[in-house]
Design a protein around this ligand. Sequence first.
Ligand SMILES: [Mg+2]
Length: 187
Amino acid sequence: MRLGIDLDGVVADFNTGWIRRYNRDFGTQIPFDAVESWDGIPSLTHFRDMGEFWEWARDHDGHTLFRHLEPYPGAIEALERLSRRHDVVIVTTKPDWAIHDTFAWIARHRLPTREVHISDRKWEVPCDVYLDDAPHVLEGLRRRRPDTTVCRFVRPWNQPVTGVVDVHTWDEFEDVVRGLWSETHAL
Ligand SMILES: [Mg+2]
């Protein structure tokens, strides 16, 4: 099966990454788990809007913030196991200026993929199963790809979406994929 996997908030720990950097740059002590809503960043910082946040995120010692993110524990190991039987298709949304750092990150962490899509029109990438954390992405995939399995990686900044399967851990996602695989291969 083709597994459409998002990066930020799913494989890459975007919030810990930017908060660590912000605390260092500005002498603040924002806890790593402070983000509890999709648009929560400006309210935790001195940035007036996401435009100002992205302006800051764009240049960290000659690289973008995305280059410095850490993977969530166990995420890459789970992708490796999944890639033995399935195609891991990376489907991620990024600003234009983050494209090269995204490829660098995928290479540095040796993600087991041969296919990367950097797009905000994720539904255009055909997959059997999708895994994402963004509320609007999950709704869009559910609506435009009705014949697929869409999974929400449950995070404090998202809520249940009708018709979307909730997964809390990578183990749970592997169970969902295994279940779908054995359904298709029953008989
Ligand atoms: Mg995401």
